[in-house]
Write a protein that binds this ligand. Structure first.
Ligand code: BG6
Length: 464
């Protein structure tokens, strides 16, 4: 028989999206972003040639959208603030009053509707002029980011519930410096390590600036943390998994939450002459300014085995010199996106944070199911009947519930995403929303999962 899975009082039910993916340009003035520039120069890289100018148009429709947030049971919602909109002169100089008004209006409207605003500062987009200066490899960009962060704390601090410095900082490093799915799309590990170090420093410096303002909200970071599973318990597979884990999980988690760097990773970088440059004082700033709250993005696990094929050590240095991904036979797939579905991963992740990160206050900040050609599941009323997404949410939340029962401080669950939105090079290929979007008419229609989400939020749980 089904039983009710009840969640703790004041659990945050919500979802997330980001400025570049949802707002649209609007009329406030905005610098060209790295993504807009990339699209201009290489439109063919983007799914069906659709770039970031074709969005949900939230900038004009935010009032209507906030009513939809209510109708889908949100008591919290994460947005990001566009650096390029706030500082339209290439990310530096005079702050844009029109951008301040826009974000203050959105945040006020959210609060008026009892939806707690969670605000993130960097979600992959930056003014292109800063990217040209070297992006995250440049110290100048770190300082420009800290000014941007301080300005946001100052202008919006009275309206924001929780702050986040970065969303998935690993993404731009992997995509930009190793795997070719993010600007500046080069293969250069050492540059990537420098960009990663500077990102970590920027996070710490933003937290330092935040603390100086004595706001009542908290600040932290949102990390994509796929738990790493070895193919077997043999020594070689275990070691391979532990190295992959150091590169992809501990690399940001340790410094941004504990203020220290994982020894295993540092040793490898030293041995292979891949260390970034830094000053002693940077380490002190990083140690003293760590996250107060942690967002956990979870989509799929990382399965790893020892290398079977020999690597050419003459080529550019890559983390994959030390391991291979393992294609586990029989794994369950989201066939519509090509990602594995393994709901227990979300539980393992929560337990890791409980046991190894002082049980820091945390929440699931992204989890979700992308589906290509989702209109095929539309009924005659233009409503997407996404029972697969409802099952996906329930199966993951059942494990979150178990983790909470076992002492994890998980305060909420945010789905990716609210209304189907534009996604980086995948554009509108994979739909993730609780609300569907007709790109031509801009019409929004609540999916079955949106109705379910409201019911679950009102009941503060669901039958399982
Ligand atoms: C998350 C990102 O990792 O994945 C989002 O934070 C992104 O910005 C989402 O849209 C889905 O990605 P994709 O490639 O499946 O559309």
């Amino acid at each position: 028989m089904n039983k009710m899975l009840a969640f703790p009082k004041d659990f945050w039910w919500g979802s997330a999206w980001s400025a570049e993916q949802a707002e649209g340009r609007g009329e406030t003035g905005k610098a060209e972003t790295n993504w807009e520039h990339w699209f201009k120069t290489e439109p063919n890289r983007f799914y069906e040639g659709v770039g970031p100018e074709i969005t949900t148009d939230h900038i004009h429709r935010y009032k209507e959208d906030i009513q939809l947030l209510k109708e889908t049971g949100h008591n919290s919602f994460r947005i990001s603030i566009s650096w390029a909109r706030m500082f339209p002169n290439g990310g530096v100089g005079e702050v844009n009053d029109k951008a301040i008004s826009f974000y203050r209006d959105v945040l006020t409207e959210l609060n008026k509707n009892d939806i707690k605003p969670f605000v993130n500062l960097f979600h992959f987009d930056m003014p292109y002029a800063l990217e040209e200066k070297g992006g995250w490899t440049s110290r100048e960009v770190v300082e420009a980011y800290v000014t941007f962060a301080r300005t946001c704390f100052h202008e919006f601090g009275d309206l924001v519930y929780h702050w986040f410095t970065f969303n998935e900082p690993l993404g731009p490093i992997l995509g930009g410096y190793l795997e070719n799915f993010h600007y500046p799309n080069v293969v250069d590990f050492k540059k990537g390590a420098q960009a990663a170090f500077n990102t970590i420093l920027a996070h710490a410096k933003a937290i330092k600036a935040f603390k100086e303002l004595n706001l009542t909200s908290k600040i932290g970071v949102i990390l994509n943390l796929s738990p790493t599973y070895p193919r077997s318990q043999n020594k070689q597979d275990l070691e391979a998994a532990s190295i992959a884990d150091a590169f992809y999980v501990r690399s940001f988690l340790d410094p941004m939450v504990k203020g220290t760097f994982p020894k295993k990773l540092v040793d490898i970088l030293k041995n292979y002459n891949q260390m970034p440059s830094y000053e002693e004082v940077d380490l002190k700033i990083i140690a003293e300014n760590t996250s107060q709250i942690l967002g956990l993005n979870y989509y799929e696990p990382r399965r790893v085995q020892a290398r079977l094929t020999k690597i050419n050590e003459q080529g550019p240095f890559l983390p994959e010199w030390f391991f291979e991904l393992h294609d586990m036979p029989g794994k369950r797939m989201n066939i519509y996106r090509g990602w594995e579905i393994y709901e227990k991963g979300i539980y393992d992740l929560c337990i890791d944070i409980r046991d190894n990160y002082d049980n820091i206050e945390a929440f699931i900040s992204e989890n979700g199911m992308g589906v290509a050609n989702e209109t095929r599941f539309m009924n005659n009323d233009n409503q997407v009947n996404d029972s697969y997404r409802i099952d996906f949410i329930k199966d993951h939340l059942a494990y979150v519930h178990k983790a909470i029962q076992e002492g994890c401080r998980i305060k909420g669950y945010h789905l990716w995403t609210f209304i189907d939105c534009w996604s980086w090079i995948n554009a509108y290929k994979n739909r993730y929303g609780l609300v569907s979007l007709d790109l031509k008419s801009q019409e929004r229609t609540i999916k079955k999962s949106g109705e379910f989400y409201k019911k679950m939020s009102l009941a503060n749980g669901f039958e399982y």
